[in-house]
Design a binder for this molecule. Structure first.
Ligand code: NAD
Length: 575
């Protein structure tokens, strides 16, 4: 009530100001309260509030609890005929009654998360120009270069703490979606709040509009962004530099999460800013953390150590290299020599097996270029000028990995031959098809289980349903960074951390893995269930907050009880 009263006062002030320039006769401030998503309680306004704010007669007479409003929202959600329609329903609910939206998400993560996030958010981005209603977040266009700080001040909240920003060039595995990629920052930030408790008013989704190379979009009259090809090189980097500087100026306590940049920009941008401002790249660091957590779980299932494993990555972009780098860091912290740790990571990219003499290896891949002379190559293979091996099942036979990690966006890349080869080599093959959305997954969870005769340890990027095989229940884990970035974000929010470091992501991986129970493991689940993600994320946030204080990176004094300190700050959507 106090919050509503305070905000209503500002609504009143604003109304009277506009009325001075407009028609001075009517005061619509109470009515406006019903259209302010952050304050609108819908039918839950009490009799007292209705009297106090002039809402009598503007609502039906009944007064409803949150529980009743949730029932109505569920009913309306279920009436939608497709996942995209469900996405639009939830998006409109967020615009209308923010608290109800978050209460609904939290009431059943398994049901609502695949709609606001992967896989449905992918379709929403592809059709964004067509389904656009009320815009969310901010669009910073390259046309506005030189004025970004001024434009950022147009955002109504003055203490923004989290920006998720994309330039839309590599949205999930769907390629260049231009400004239509806005669905990703919006969805990711909704999960900061729903899954880990970061208050929604401190979050801001942003798209940097630098043009699009998606010719279909440029020809579509409903495409809402700039219609020229993407800028690149120095003009691109100087635009992002201005954006990062503007954020420091306008929102000095803000953390920037870089999201869905293509690999030619993702790593260079991270290296450019990570030691200068509070920022991270979720595709690189968040994915790495969740994958390493999955490997910790797999180690528990197989009674092995991390250093017993050899990873083969299908894809050698941001996600793959991020996972490998964190895996190597963890092995080194366990006493493995760097050169040995590096030899445990193998990559296949679109040119084939990555090796030391492969021409034009990007800088970030150089240290993973393996010496293939140690492999028994098939006759004639070494003659290839580029890569000696292109076929994934041949690579599996030669490299003999314990785990294959799919981050290539190539659907069906883990075919029956590949998985059967993994199952021949390993008693418990680790199969992680992490590409999103579902249509890009390297295999389904069911295929991995079936072709390995029920022996695979599986985590998938997008959700797959539980299944039975050989009379046993299998629950595929969702190897998705949603287990990590909201929790790390919550820790950064409460501590006002100055920087985000890899140590925090390793800490998050361990804290996540520690929360997987033996019962989870017994049904093949290497992460805690998505249904309990709020509690899991708070646990991860507490561990990361502890580390932030220990590293001296916090900008607030260390409390005596860090756990309570975090828990007290978790956003509660209740009225
Ligand atoms: P990226 O563009 O940086 O890298 C893609 C890589 O795949 C590149 O190295 C490319 O050479 C390789 N590739 C493309 N075609 C190939 C082929 N035919 N054979 C072998 N390799 C091929 O993208 P990224 O950021 O690394 O993301 C890759 C995928 O991982 C996306 O689908 C993304 O949605 C998914 N992802 C999932 C999570 C998660 O939490 N599960 C997190 C981040 C990314």
């Amino acid at each position: 009530m106090a919050v509503i009263r305070r905000t209503l006062q500002s609504v009143l002030m604003w109304t009277s100001l506009t009325q001075m320039n407009d028609s001075p006769k009517e005061d619509h401030s109470a009515f406006r309260l019903l259209f302010d998503a952050r304050l609108n309680k819908g039918m839950a306004f009490t009799e007292e509030e209705r009297e106090a704010f002039g809402l009598l007669g503007l609502l039906p007479d009944g007064i409803e609890s949150m529980a009743v409003q949730l029932d109505r929202a569920r009913l309306q959600f279920d009436l939608q005929h497709s996942d995209l329609a469900k996405y639009q329903y939830l998006s409109a609910l967020q615009d209308r009654q923010e608290r109800l939206f978050y209460a609904l998400l939290r009431s059943d993560f398994d049901r609502y998360m695949p709609i606001v996030y992967t896989p449905t958010v992918g379709e929403a981005c592809q059709k964004f120009g067509h389904i656009l209603r009320r815009p969310k977040g901010m669009y910073l266009s390259v046309r506005h270069k030189g004025h970004l700080a001024k434009i950022l001040r147009n955002w109504p909240e003055k203490d923004v703490r989290f920006i998720v920003v994309t330039d839309g060039e590599r949205i999930l595995g769907l390629g260049d979606q231009g400004v239509c990629g806005m669905g990703i920052p919006v969805g990711k930030l909704a999960l900061y709040t729903a899954c880990a408790g970061v208050p929604p008013e401190v979050t801001l989704p942003i798209v940097l509009d630098v043009g699009t190379n998606n010719a279909g979009f440029r020809d579509d009259p409903l495409y809402p962004g700039l219609r020229h090809p993407r800028i690149s090189g120095d003009p691109y980097f100087s635009f992002v530099d201005e954006f990062v500087d503007a954020v420091q100026e306008v929102f000095p306590r803000c953390c920037i999460q870089f999201e869905d940049f293509t690999n030619k920009h993702a790593m260079p941008l991270l290296l450019r800013y990570r030691d200068k401002v509070c920022c991270f790249n979720d595709d690189i660091q968040g994915t790495a953390s969740v994958a390493v957590a999955g490997l910790f779980g797999a180690c528990r299932m197989t009674a092995t150590r991390l250093c017993d494993h050899r990873l083969l990555f299908m894809g050698a972009g941001s996600a793959a290299v991020g996972i490998a780098d964190l895996f190597v860091q963890q092995l080194m912290s366990e006493g493995v020599a760097e050169s040995d740790a590096l030899q445990r990571c193998w990559f296949v990219n679109s040119r084939g097996l990555v090796h030391a003499t492969m021409p034009n290896l990007p800088d970030y891949l150089q240290r993973y270029g393996q010496d293939v002379s140690q492999l028994k190559l098939p006759a004639g293979a070494a003659a290839s000028a580029d890569s000696p091996l292109k076929n994934l099942s041949d690579v599996v036979e030669l490299v003999r990995p314990t785990a294959i990690v799919g981050v290539s966006t190539v659907a069906h890349a883990f075919d029956e031959r590949v998985i059967r080869a993994m199952a021949r080599i390993n008693a418990r093959p680790i199969i992680f098809p992490l590409s999103n959305p579902t249509s890009k997954s390297e295999c389904t969870a069911e295929e991995a289980i079936r072709w390995s005769d029920g022996r695979a340890i599986v985590a998938t990027g997008s959700p797959f349903p539980p299944m039975h095989f050989g009379g046993r229940l299998f629950v595929p884990g969702q190897g998705n960074n949603v287990y990590i970035y909201p929790a790390v974000g919550m820790a950064v929010f409460v501590t006002e951390a100055r920087r985000v470091t890899d140590a925090m992501f390793l800490c998050a991986a361990k804290a996540l893995a520690d929360q997987t129970t033996d019962q989870d493991l017994s049904v093949g689940l290497i992460y805690p269930p998505v249904s309990s993600i709020l509690e899991t994320s708070v646990g991860v946030a507490i561990a990361v907050a502890r580390l932030i204080f220990k590293l001296g990176l916090a900008r607030v004094p260390e409390p005596t009880d860090i756990s309570q300190f975090v828990r007290e700050r978790v956003y509660d959507p209740g009225f």
